[in-house]
Ligand binder design. Structure first.
Ligand code: COI
Length: 369
């Protein structure tokens, strides 16, 4: 049995090395022009198993295909599972680079404790992602706006219907060549401010990438779509006043010369794009505040003409400008419904680094050997 760590989990492999069981037949990658988000998958997946005796074991890359899961597997009943999402880009020079690989691996590791999932150490997550993308490097598309979306996921696979942390898990990584997240990159979205449903409360799961957060959001999103909006803007669970996230993204609002994003307080995801946006804005000498932002302030800024831009930021879409906010039966139109200058500048700057067209002073990109 592996020695236990301080947290009680078995010690992890110091330098994980993935066995390669490669597919004998490869699939045809769709043309870049036909890529949408998350519908086709590469030829392989990386898998690692866990049990309480051995810790994580048997790291391997195998042909992509269905997982053999017992119908009693805990994840299927009690949603004990989590994921992350990151991208690899093919630069204009043909090289494949990951955007903020280390930070994504750290978030996968750090979120596990809240869900009573044994953490996947960063070297293991990193090795799994690199092993998979190395095997499937031909799947990284090259056209502007395309990328390889990588989905590391941990699920409780123990067949057991009692409610307690599972004793067996599967960590897997899959990858999908993608185009823009919602049809067209950087297209403005009309957003309904949600005042009935709750995505997450402080003390809940909102700060971690639990699949449960996303199922909690579906009813509200479907109702908003039926009313002619693209998504919802989540408000706080107690008063439905303070802004939290927009759809599946972090939120940034420009009021006058201040760029405001809600503070992380347990109900908001610590977005990697959010962090990149804050870093760039501060370097560009904007005033950036991580502070509570209520609808009252938004309405008054809109009335007074100082509400200049609203946008969401996330891995999938990078930056999504908000054209209007539906609130109490009124649509507050933002910047005449057009993307704002800061949103545009951020989208262009982040994309340029991702495709290797601009210098990378923060060391955000990791090249695949
Ligand atoms: C992102 O924007 O990065 C997301 O989390 C969306 C993803 C769940 C599809």
């Amino acid at each position: 049995m592996a020695r236990a760590t301080a947290a009680g989990y078995p010690r992890q492999m110091p330098s994980p090395s993935f066995a390669l069981h490669l597919a004998t037949k490869r699939s045809q990658r769709p043309p870049d022009s036909e890529l949408v988000f998350g519908r086709v998958f590469t030829d392989h997946m990386a898998i690692v198993d866990y049990d309480v005796e051995r810790g994580w074991f048997d790291p391997r890359v195998v042909p992509y295909g269905p997982l053999a899961l017992d119908p009693a597997a805990a994840v299927l009943h009690y949603a004990q599972g989590m994921f992350d999402g990151l991208k690899a880009f093919r630069g204009d020079d043909g090289k494949v680079r990951f955007f903020r690989l280390d930070r994504h691996c750290r978030r996968l590791h750090d979120g596990a404790t809240r869900l009573c999932i044994p953490p996947v150490d960063e070297p293991l997550a990193r090795a799994a992602i690199v092993a998979l993308v190395s095997a499937d490097r031909d799947w990284v598309p090259s056209t502007a706006g395309t990328s390889l979306y990588i989905r590391p996921t941990v699920i409780a696979s123990e067949p057991f219907l009692g409610v307690r942390p599972a004793k067996r898990y599967t960590f897997f990584v899959i990858a999908s060549p993608v185009g823009a997240y919602a049809g067209e990159a950087f297209s403005p979205a009309k957003i309904l401010v949600e005042d009935k449903y709750v995505r997450s409360a402080v003390g809940g799961l909102g700060g971690v990438k639990a699949g449960a957060n996303y199922i909690a959001s579906l009813r509200a999103a479907e109702d908003a779509k039926a009313r002619g909006y693209n998504q919802v803007l989540w408000t706080d669970a107690h008063e439905h006043t303070y802004l939290e996230e927009v759809g599946t993204m972090n939120l940034v609002v420009r009021i006058g010369d201040e760029l405001v994003t809600p503070p992380l307080g347990g109900s908001i995801l610590d977005g990697v794009t959010r962090d990149s946006v804050i870093t760039l804005l501060r370097e560009w000498k904007f005033q950036v505040s991580e502070r509570p932002l209520g609808m009252e302030e938004i309405v008054s800024a809109h009335r007074g003409g100082s509400l200049r831009e609203i946008f969401g930021c996330g891995t999938a879409a990078v930056i999504t400008p908000v054209s209007a906010l539906g609130w109490k039966g009124e649509d507050l139109v933002v910047n005449d419904g057009q993307p704002g200058e800061v949103s545009r500048r951020l989208f262009d700057a982040i994309s340029a680094v991702q495709y290797g067209r601009a210098p990378d002073p923060h060391g955000w990109m990791t090249a695949l050997d």
